[in-house]
Design a protein around this ligand. Structure first.
Ligand code: SF4
Length: 280
């Protein structure tokens, strides 16, 4: 039978688990208690007590942020469903339209409430290269097209630097409706909507996908990792080569990272057999 903990011990245990969670440690196991390891209150050293008093004297906002937050259950990210059938090249545009029709005037997640226009995708239905972003911003929401604001202009420049035209690539997002205030989509929203993205990828069947930013990388790879650990190498999304780089909106905020993004795009070019300008 489970042992009942007194409220003080329970609170202390919850605080400790939160601390471990913040360190990224989420897997725990139980082992039998060795009574000889137990420490009585009298064994506590003055150093331990000092540490406790330091915790108690933390600024109120730090304590508040720990106490307020219940530990959310960590849901595994769903993996993309299997590819149904491959679509003949001549039917790709019609197949994409079928997906668009199925989405319809979608209310499957909360993001529909603030939507002006749903942003499905844009570009060649048979593109060799596909870019995947996070979600529409204000300009995209107004026009119903992905990457048309300042970040879109930068993406166009990036595509041009790869010796490609925007019409030659396909561009889509993880979520098709604008999150309020351009916040990151909630897992519930991204998991609901990304099923349509996966189907778009299945139809287009690009040779290379470039994930723009951490949200796109997370939902395509099915794992949460800092962007730094994902860049600079070729991943796989169900057999398609996947490269991770910064989101153009981030590059607008920190232009020093453009060089790094260009290095990522050169990996994509290498995989596509494209040559950088000026290289014979
Ligand atoms: S974000 Fe996607 S799932 Fe949510 S309402 Fe829009 S189209 Fe539907």
């Amino acid at each position: 039978m489970a042992q009942q903990l007194d409220p003080e011990t329970r609170e202390a245990l919850i605080a400790r688990l939160r601390f471990y969670r913040d360190l990224g440690l989420t897997e725990f196991y139980r082992r039998p208690i060795d009574e000889s390891e137990n420490v009585s209150a009298a064994d506590l050293t003055s150093e331990t007590l000092d540490q406790d008093s330091r915790v108690a004297s933390q600024p109120a906002f730090q304590q508040h942020s720990q106490e307020d937050q219940p530990i959310p259950p960590r849901k595994p990210l769903p993996t993309a469903p299997e590819i149904d059938v491959s679509v003949p090249l001549a039917d790709c545009a019609a197949a994409l339209q079928l997906i668009r029709d199925e989405i319809g005037d979608c209310t499957r997640c909360a993001l529909h409430k603030g939507r002006n226009k749903l942003v499905f995708g844009d570009g060649s239905p048979t593109a060799r290269l596909m870019f995947v972003g996070e979600g529409p911003g204000a300009d995209e929401d107004a026009q119903g097209l992905p990457f048309v604001g300042r970040a879109g202009q930068l993406l166009n420049n990036m595509i041009g630097a790869m010796c490609l035209k925007r019409e030659e690539v396909y561009i889509a997002n993880v979520v098709k409706c604008r999150p309020p205030g351009n916040r990151t989509p909630e897992p519930e929203e991204a998991n609901t909507c990304s099923q349509f993205l996966f189907r778009q990828i299945d139809v287009v069947r690009p040779e290379v996908i470039v994930a723009l930013g951490a949200t796109a990388a997370t939902y395509l790879l099915g794992q949460r990792q800092p962007l730094a650990g994902l860049r600079g190498r070729v991943h796989s999304f169900r057999g398609t080569k996947l490269i991770v780089t910064y989101h153009p909106a981030y590059l607008l905020r920190d232009p020093r990272q453009k060089k790094e993004a260009w290095a990522d795009l050169q990996i994509a070019m290498r995989e596509l057999g494209l040559k950088a300008p000026g290289k014979g």
